[in-house]
Ligand binder design. Structure first.
Ligand code: ADP
Ligand code: ZN
Length: 704
């Protein structure tokens, strides 16, 4: 299995679950594989297709994608083909000839192709040696899913016609109902069901208010000047406006929405795929079935309607595993507007359901819990939080004693009997004269005790009190704010509450590899790739993907032998493109102070040039030497624990303190073992492997 992976795809190891899925399939078992977008589903049938005798039949609804998918496989030296209505009869006959001769290993077809016509294709298939069926986008068989396709129901017949041939169904939709439908509607036989984690560790999630939205967007995009990205908006009009504005601001952007003709739409999509334009500003219609792996960011200019949609759209970033960014710009106005749309839905159940989902989306935006943890919790998956790669985890928080504020809030909720929503509680606290506030409430002692804070501040504090578990929101159509079991201790003054003062997002730690000359090399290699793509008339990412480019500029191979060790260089790619890259790297590095032909181990050892610890870190050092702990320093200096941990990291790097005090020897050994075992893994990947047993802090200091 590994040899096949390396030979055709150039990868050194399997991603989580791939191996298990492939083994089951090779043993002849039916398999249902649930994996997030970008999780690596295709490998799960492509590798066994190469190992097994015969042809693997891939059933996919996305006709528009087939050509590209097959082209990418051919680039890897795999005999693949597709059959669909876009081809002439002659073209189809040619492929059928090849099939009969057993020259094709993977055949892509749309479901309608299988059963239609006088002479259905299944009849033809029966004379072939079919290795197994791979049913992609299998959720299309479920009427409960968001993408039901009636022609998928016919796939049931496959089981009757080919009782001996195993099938694998793949989808990125994970809910139980859909899962059961797939198994039943395809009549799968005691399938092995494999559910991968839906975490996408390489995507950074950021949710921010859309105040000064355009400035924020520009600042964000300035980091991605040469990269591809998608911006989602709610309306056709804002799509056009944003695209125009971006073009005037030095980017190349195209709109994409249902109001454009199909020709314009597919032309715009094609130009995006081929990197002729960097940004597509789209309504939600865009992206389903876009297989572009080097999308570096996804921006939500408007509030998505629900978390499923949001997660699916953000998932289009970073399929190649390279660090990518999903930014949502949140506005209360959008929330009102979407509620307005939902109010017009006639069916009661449906309306309630939409509203519930919208409220969950809003809660996500306003909460201060690790985004990754919240998102995964939505999909019933546990994550320990502290992911180190979302705005919440990267934000430096300053805390202050907010006990009085908390007491005001909690007693207001108590006085109102837990029967009012967050907006009412805020108005009540601020002593609003509005008629909405009931007269008897205006008599209460707590009425107006929170005048000194703005609505926004109250909103933030209340949301944070919810995160702390001191208040809770009771769902339903009108979410109510209620006390919890923990509230009493605060109300009675037995417990203090720390609230967040002001917030500022930090850039992530600069990795050793991200030094400037290294980035220039990446740029040069991108040019080489563009040249090769033009010559082969292919989209650039099909030559090699961004992850491979990153590795090339990190390890700087200058000969074919070392090129072939880079992830993404299988036999055919090494042969076709290896020379071009090796030469470009050698040329670029000549005369510069850049080592070439590095091995992974040596790269990891290189450290960021440090100017020594800062003042704040020195203060932490003094306190450490006085016997304080990270926790007690954070409390006394009113800093976030993560800030003090950052100091410790600096201090260890500078050799001012020893790491031993901060991580037990046994744990350290375990972490180091993991680093050795997976020299190329990112911290997030290693963190995940330990399932919450070690913190990012411990990983970082162990790495030093
Ligand atoms: P999905 O269909 O689940 O959305 P893909 O099959 O398109 O995901 O895979 C996403 C990307 O990950 C592709 O660029 C693929 O080549 C890459 N990939 C898949 N498996 C591996 C692996 N074991 N090692 C490295 N990259 C992989
Ligand atoms: Zn996080």
């Amino acid at each position: 299995m590994l040899n096949t992976l390396k030979k055709y795809f150039g990868y050194d190891s399997f991603r989580p679950n791939q191996e298990e899925i492939i083994s089951a399939l090779l043993e002849g078992q039916d398999v249902l594989a649930l994996m997030p977008t970008g999780g690596g589903k295709s490998i799960c049938y492509q590798v066994p297709a190469m190992i097994k005798d015969g042809v693997c039949l891939v059933i996919s609804p996305l006709i528009a994608l087939m050509k590209d998918q097959v082209e990418a496989l051919k680039q890897n030296g795999i005999a693949a083909a597709y059959l669909n209505s876009t081809q002439t009869a002659t073209e189809q006959r040619e492929i059928e000839d090849q099939l009969v001769k057993g020259e094709i290993k993977l055949l892509y077809v749309a479901p309608e192709k299988l059963f239609s016509g006088y002479e259905p294709f299944t009849r033809f298939l029966q004379q072939l040696n079919v290795s197994f069926f791979a049913i992609d986008e299998a959720h299309c068989v479920s009427q409960w899913g968001h993408d039901f396709r009636p022609e998928y129901l016919k796939l049931k017949e496959l089981r009757d016609l080919f009782p001996e041939i195993p099938m694998i169904a793949l989808t990125a939709t994970a809910d139980k109902k859909t899962r059961a439908d797939i198994v039943n509607n395809l009549t799968m036989r005691a399938p092995k069901i494999i559910i991968a984690s839906f975490d996408r560790p390489n995507i950074q999630y950021t949710i921010e208010p859309r105040q000064q939205g355009r400035e924020k967007l520009l600042a964000f995009l300035s980091k991605y000047k040469d990269d591809s990205g998608i911006i989602y908006t709610l309306s056709r009009k804002s799509t056009e406006q944003l695209a125009m504005w971006l073009n005037n601001s030095g980017f190349t952007a195209l709109p994409y929405h249902a109001g454009l003709t199909p020709e314009v739409r597919s032309r715009n999509q094609e130009r995006f795929i081929r990197d002729d334009v960097q940004v597509v500003v789209a309504t939600i219609a865009f992206g389903m079935g876009i297989d572009k792996s080097n999308v570096r960011y996804v921006v939500h200019w408007n509030l998505p309607k629900n978390i499923e949609g949001y997660y699916q759209e953000t998932g289009r970033a970073g399929r190649d595993g390279v660090d990518s960014h999903a930014m949502l710009l949140y506005s209360v106005g959008d929330a009102h507007m979407l509620r307005g749309f939902i109010d017009d839905v006639p069916d009661d159940n449906h309306r309630e359901n939409l509203l519930k989902k919208l409220n969950q989306m809003i809660d996500l935006c306003e909460s201060r819990v690790c985004r990754r943890q919240s998102l995964l919790a939505y999909f019933d998956e546990e994550h320990p939080g502290e992911c180190g790669n979302c705005d919440v985890c990267l934000r430096e928080e300053t805390y202050f004693d907010g006990t009085i504020i908390a007491q005001k809030a909690l007693s207001a909720v108590a006085r109102l009997g837990g029967r009012f929503g967050i907006g009412y509680v805020i108005d009540f606290l601020r002593g609003s004269k509005s008629q909405k506030i009931k007269d008897q409430h205006k008599e209460l002692k707590t009425y107006g005790v929170g005048k000194d804070l703005s609505k926004n501040e109250w909103n933030r504090h209340l949301r944070y009190l919810i995160d702390l578990g001191l208040l809770e929101i009771d769902g339903g159509k009108f979410p109510l704010l209620k006390l919890t079991a923990k509230s009493q201790a605060v109300l009675k003054g037995q417990e203090k509450v720390e609230l967040i003062q002001h917030t500022e997002v930090h850039d992530q730690e600069v990795l050793a590899e991200d030094v400037p000359e290294h980035l220039d090399l990446t740029k040069t290699l991108k040019k080489v790739r563009r040249g090769l793509a033009k010559k082969a008339d292919l989209p650039a990412y099909m030559i090699v993907n961004d992850k491979t480019l990153q590795e090339l500029s990190r390890y700087r191979p200058t000969n074919i032998e070392n090129i072939s060790k880079i992830s993404g260089f299988g036999e055919q790619k090494t042969e076709q493109f290896g020379e071009a890259f090796a030469t470009a790297i050698a040329e670029f590095c000549k005369g510069k102070d850049m080592e070439v032909d590095l091995t992974p181990a040596r790269v990891i050892k290189r450290k960021k040039n440090s100017t020594g610890p800062g003042m704040s870190a020195i203060e932490t050092l003094t306190m450490l030497n006085a016997g304080e702990t990270v926790g007690s320093i954070a409390r006394q200096r009113k800093l976030a624990t993560s800030t003090v941990e950052g100091h410790v990291y600096e201090l260890i790097t500078a050799g001012k303190v020893s790491s031993e005090a901060f991580i037990p020897a046994e744990k350290r050994a375990k972490i180091l073992e993991a680093f050795k075992r997976k020299p190329k893994a990112t911290l997030t990947e290693i963190h995940r492997e330990f399932k919450g047993e070690v913190s990012f802090f411990e990983l970082r200091i162990a790495r030093i």
